[in-house]
Design a protein around this ligand. Structure first.
Ligand SMILES: Cc1cc2nc3c(=O)[nH]c(=O)nc-3n(C[C@H](O)[C@H](O)[C@H](O)COP(=O)(O)OP(=O)(O)OC[C@H]3O[C@@H](n4cnc5c(N)ncnc54)[C@H](O)[C@@H]3O)c2cc1C
Length: 398
């Protein structure tokens, strides 16, 4: 992206309203109709279409807002990030196909990476040239990563890695894995954890896709069998990378996919429009039961918006996010699950005689319902968030 004189920077310099107007106009004019989930012309976009769309968002100055200019970012603040996210959320556009690179690997590399690693990886993530996957969870280590077994042994200027990861999202398409290993034994628990940027085409890596309940193969088991990487693939010293990851993860819980509340609202508009397009479904909107549930969802979305906006203000004032990220993670995942249950119960009334919009909504919301089941598990399960909130925010006994 050519940063000097970029129209996005000029709009941001003119203030939040000008930047919002710029983002709204650019996204509204450029998002293809066939990528809008609320359009009758919608068809599931291919990976390449999603990549090209995200690359064009970046070229328009609507991605990498907070990343330093030296690494391809815009050097702006979380406020501009929030402005753009609200506009992204308001449109029924595809989810990012590179969120692990942009929201996890990128921030960790900015925190612990060497200058060479920052130059090598960061601009390519923003320009959608590299996909990343996150190799943290193992069959015996999910919520409790202290049980991690994947082993890294130093051999001169390189490291030999052996072990297995599971639930690795996007592993089949990834160019790099943000891999968490240990240098000692399982008894070391949280000590000696070491992070790497491992190219996925390194000999000894085997990706075995896992089919989920929605029929997709979006995650995989990844086996590391005598995988040898140079020392330059290491992200930070033992423990340093992991401690940085913990900090990034807590911020990530609060800030990743910041558009969610606005996207949930967009989905709710889509659901109501689909119901109104059909005489039988319209009747359900007059039913007190559904009106109450819709009202509850609207209330929960408003709370989520407030939480996100307050967190951005606090972070802009220099406060640490700490455990408050858990409040946001818990709230968005539980709120969206409740919404998708409501949506499924409404679209279950769609019949072959229903309107075309209602038919589309049935397909879309059935898929979304199944995916929402995972939302209270990944990025930290709800029970774990409740633990964090009770102990670290409320100071309750363990
Ligand atoms: C769609 C999806 C995508 C994912 N993508 C990735 C990825 O890309 N990379 C990656 O590394 N991982 C990924 N994961 C894995 C995810 O991080 C783990 O599933 C999650 O951390 C939970 O770990 P677990 O599955 O081992 O369950 P466990 O940790 O075994 O938990 C099982 C149950 O016990 C509960 N529990 C656990 N500990 C406690 C506690 N202390 N107190 C109370 N209850 C507790 C949990 O809440 C849960 O209900 C993904 C998962 C999903 C569903």
């Amino acid at each position: 992206m050519q940063q000097e004189q970029h129209p996005a920077l000029a709009a941001a310099a003119a203030g939040p309203s000008a930047y919002r107007a710029y983002a709204r106009q650019w996204l509204g004019e450029n998002l293809p109709q066939h990528m809008r989930a609320d359009s009758l012309e919608y068809r599931t976009p291919t990976l390449d279409e999603c990549r090209d769309w995200e690359a064009s968002i970046y070229e328009a100055g609507l991605a990498g807002m907070t990343w330093p200019k030296a690494y391809g970012g815009l050097g702006l603040t979380l406020r501009e990030h929030l402005v753009v996210n609200k506009e992204i959320g308001a449109l029924a556009m595809p989810e990012s196909v590179s969120s692990i690179g942009k929201e996890l690997a990128g921030p960790i590399i900015q925190t612990v990476g060497t200058e060479e690693q920052k130059q090598q990886f960061l601009p390519r993530i923003l320009a959608m040239k590299d996909y990343w996957c996150q190799g943290f969870s193992e069959p015996d280590a999910g919520s409790d990563l202290a049980r991690l077994r994947t082993k890294a042994v130093q051999e001169g200027d390189s490291w030999r890695i052996n072990g297995q990861k599971i639930w690795t999202s996007g592993a089949a398409k990834a160019h790099y894995c943000l891999l968490l290993t240990r240098t000692g034994t399982v008894e070391d628990k949280h000590r000696g954890l070491l992070m790497f940027a491992v190219p996925m085409d390194t000999p000894g890596i085997r990706v075995v896709p896992i089919k989920s309940i929605d029929g997709k193969e979006s995650f995989a088991e990844v086996f590391f069998d005598n995988v040898v990487v140079p020392d330059s693939a290491r992200l930070g010293a033992p423990d340093e990378g992991w401690n940085a990851a913990i900090r990034v993860l807590s911020i990530e819980r609060a800030t990743n996919r910041m558009y969610r509340a606005w996207r949930f609202e967009c989905e709710l508009r889509q659901l109501i429009a689909a119901c109104k397009s059909d005489p039988e479904l319209s009747k359900l909107l007059n039913d007190g039961h559904y009106q109450r549930r819709i009202g509850e969802v609207v209330g929960e979305i408003s709370v989520l918006k407030g939480l996100v906006e307050r967190t951005v203000n606090q972070m802009m004032d220099g406060e640490q996010v700490g455990a408050r990220g858990s409040l946001i993670k818990l709230h968005w995942s539980e709120c969206h699950q409740a919404f998708e249950s409501l949506a499924l119960s409404l679209v279950s009334h769609v019949t072959p005689r229903s309107s075309a919009l209602a038919q589309r909504a049935r397909k879309a919301f059935t898929t979304a319902y199944f995916y929402a089941r995972a939302e209270t598990i990944y990025a930290g399960a709800s029970e774990v968030q409740l633990d964090i909130i009770s102990q670290r925010i409320m100071d309750l006994p363990k």
